[in-house]
Design a protein around this ligand. Sequence first.
Ligand SMILES: Nc1ncnc2c1ncn2[C@@H]1O[C@H](COP(=O)(O)OP(=O)(O)OP(=O)(O)O)[C@@H](O)[C@H]1O
Ligand SMILES: [Mg+2]
Length: 527
Amino acid sequence: MAETKTPAPQHAIVTMQGIGKSFGANRVLSDISFDVMAGETHALLGENGAGKSTLMKILMGAYRTDEGRILFDGQDVTALSLRDRIDRGIAMIFQELSVLPNRSVAENLFILREPLAFGRRVDSRKMLREARTLIERYAFALDASARVSDLAFAQRQMVEILKAISRGAKLLVMDEPTSSLTIHEEETLFRTIGQLKQNGIGIVYISHRMADVLRLSDRISIIKDGRLVGPLDPRKTSIDDIAAMMSRPKGQVPLPAAAAPATHHSVMAAGTPALEVDNLATSRKLSGVSLSIDPGEIVGLAGLVGSGRSTLGKALFGVLPDVSGDIAVAGGPLRPGSVSGAIAAGIALVPEDRRLEGLIGGRSIEENLSLPRLSDFSLAGPLGPMATARITALFRQYRDDLNILCRGPSQKAQELSGGNQQKIVFGKWLAMKPKLLILDEPTSGVDINAKRDMRELVRRTAGEGVAVLLISSELEELLDLSDRILVMAEGRITRSIGRMHDETRLRALLQAEAARQTDIRAQGVAA
Ligand SMILES: Nc1ncnc2c1ncn2[C@@H]1O[C@H](COP(=O)(O)OP(=O)(O)OP(=O)(O)O)[C@@H](O)[C@H]1O
Ligand SMILES: [Mg+2]
């Protein structure tokens, strides 16, 4: 049994005062004051590029502040290095987790400070025992002896969190922790956060999912035009209030007013489907997947943890080597296993992990935008003036449509904020005018206003006859955009449902599917 601790008395763990930061001529933060109490979740919000991650990198010591000071536990840490601040108890949980997949949970928790037995050998039993005590203390649902590679993302995240607090972290910064989690995993993280608070740990929570923010946070602060607005009381604030407080005026060309959901399917051409898949399988994950999507149709893919949604997207895009089955794009057969073949046939994929698969960080925005169509722009040799003009026009269009915050077309992609990078990846594949557009969590990490704009662009793209396969863990997004939703479980498509405008029903259905799968597995084990 885990003992329940009384929450620590309210005192500020960290206080940032008068923080200011510029990158070259670009002033990002001005006179920001921000603090976090023990046992509190303080949400930090703002549009893409507002400066949230920058402020937290300043807190960690990854960036130097130009002005102001930082007090941690009552002491001035402004001059301390990143390493020293970690030692004092500031920790940041990154999207790219640093846990070692091939080691056990316990090994990860005690890495480089393993309890030793005689002869300087690692005392594995003691390590396991101590790991269990730690896990119990925070009442986490984790098995200390499990291999990390066998865990779901949310559990790996738990290991990362536990690793930080077992090293004495008193403040945890979570920068968009839910963007890789499914609905079930999210609940796990929220319980984890509750446990941390009870143990007096302070949390900075950065997210673009407003409903979560309202539910989780004790206070909310917003960065707008480089300045801090707040703190606000979440019980007296609505999502609309926050969205209005975050907004910066949009670029020159406004999008057409948000159309009613899915008015586009009138343009659907009868006849050849844009995509036909028959009996697709991969050696490890997918089996017997068949589906068909018409031009102009948006098909949503809903599913559970590891259900194979992203694998299906990758298989269609030719990323996976071991795919069998038949694929046809606009009636023409496509040999699986070749990305260039898939692109040539007219398939585009906006991948889930944009940093690994979507962008070339060291290249300019312009170059990134033009990559999939480079052959259009330059048949051979350097770009001619015509091509350059077209790329510039493309850049302007997406900058305005998606409100991309950047200095100009030649800025390096890696200098953009996370959400703005996502907008570039999205724009890049849209620009290809594909026959089939596969979107894997397209709006993850994108702010609430840009999310609306992206959805509108997806509708508009479908309206032009592009077939869309939409993978999203946000049920509300699936329901908003899809003409039809396919449910995947364990590498198969288990259901197809029509437009069903009810999030509760879809959620219930997914949960039922989860229970059914567990049942089937249990029966398999019993048999
Ligand atoms: N290393 C850097 N060099 C130049 N500019 C940078 C650098 N890091 C951040 N910026 C700029 O600082 C601004 C704030 O970026 P930051 O990443 O803090 O935004 P954010 O609020 O975290 O946005 P998002 O919600 O998209 O993650 C952006 O204009 C970004 O381009
Ligand atoms: Mg950020």
